[in-house]
Ligand binder design. Structure first.
Ligand code: PBG
Length: 329
């Protein structure tokens, strides 16, 4: 590259049209996956730590998804707020074909077969201890949990789920879930693995939204979710999930882990997603509410940063607001 003054990098920043012409990465509504919390009652419930995000009752779900369809958002991710009375030690409600998530899935599929539905596979919305797996003598046991996750995945596929997203971090679950789905005739249902999922403090508002924080109490998920200090281990996790048949991998959280996202995309050249988690959303919202940050500007900048780092798509609570703005541009 020639040196200054032959080269002047500001030359291509002079006009908006010129900046557009040389822009390297773009954010589109089709990059977004919109997480929706499902309420068990008949009214909409606000979530104090997620301003602007409500738990949606089944009766209002079609209206909500209609907006996603109109905005060109390709996928919604469903999360149930299971009533406390239905939570148990063995999380049996996860296997109820008529539970909140499966009813929500069926309702959406009937109204809008053209939008994708993603469902988490993990036991934390259903367990009285708030853990993602079965607990024996204080430890979240791996193989027995995987058996339950396989059944949960098949039941969700039967309800109409298109993308099974195991968020539990048990070893070996992707391969077992893949063969369970195939044996049940769901070869076309894909798997987005929460592969590099860290034991992060940024999930707080989500746990309030699904009502698992009280169940979890002072416990943590460090025996199954990853240590935030580790990067090479994320490569082993992703490698294992790809070997076992994952169609897409995910990094979570997002902004504090852009290095992990970037390196995974470069190493594996595989469909790679990122979750801008509840705590990241809450931070930006809180600062904007105080007038300290411009909300739409930081929203779009944070989402574009994921694209630059290599994400093929982003799970974000900003999906609707971002898609609205992008459709107006
Ligand atoms: C459940 C699950 C969690 C999130 C997605 N799926 C929470 C957790 O692992 O405790 C977090 C999402 C967010 O914070 O927005 N396994």
């Amino acid at each position: 590259m020639p040196h200054y003054p032959q080269s002047r990098l500001r030359r291509l920043r002079r006009w908006p049209w010129l900046r557009d012409l040389v822009q390297e990465h773009h954010l589109r509504p089709t990059d977004l996956i919109w997480p929706i919390f499902i309420a068990s009652g008949s009214t909409r419930e606000s979530i104090p730590s997620l301003p602007g995000v409500d738990r949606i009752p089944l009766g209002e779900l079609v209206g909500e998804v209609a907006e996603a369809v109109k905005l060109g958002i390709p996928v919604v991710a469903l999360f149930p707020a299971t009533p406390a009375g239905l939570k148990s030690e063995d999380a049996a409600e996860a296997l109820n074909p008529d539970n909140l998530i499966n009813r929500a899935t069926a309702i959406i599929k009937a109204a809008y077969p053209e939008i994708g539905i993603l469902c988490d596979v993990a036991l934390d919305p259903y367990s009285s201890h708030g853990h993602d797996g079965l607990v024996h003598e204080g430890y979240v046991v791996n193989d027995a949990t995987v058996e339950v996750l396989c059944r949960q995945a098949v039941i969700q596929a039967q309800a109409g789920c298109d993308i099974i997203a195991p968020s539990d971090m048990m070893d070996g679950r992707i391969g077992r879930i893949r063969s369970a789905l195939d044996h049940a005739g769901f070869q076309q249902v894909s798997i987005m693995a929460y592969s590099a999922k860290y034991a992060s403090a940024f999930y707080g508002p989500f746990r309030q939204a699904v009502g698992s924080s009280a169940n979890l109490g002072a416990a943590d998920k460090k025996t199954y979710q990853m240590n935030p200090a580790n990067l090479e281990e994320a490569f082993r996790e992703v490698n294992m999930d790809i070997q076992e048949g994952a169609d897409m991998v995910m990094v979570k959280p997002g902004m504090p882990y852009l290095d992990v996202l970037c390196q995974i995309k470069q190493r594996f050249q595989f469909p790679t997603f990122v979750y801008q988690v509840s705590g990241e959303f809450a931070m930006l919202k809180a600062a904007a509410a105080n007038g300290w940050l411009n909300e739409s500007a930081v929203m779009l900048e944070s989402l574009l940063a994921f694209k630059r780092a290599g994400a093929d798509g982003i799970l974000t609570y900003f999906a609707r607001d971002a898609a609205r703005i992008l459709n107006e541009l």
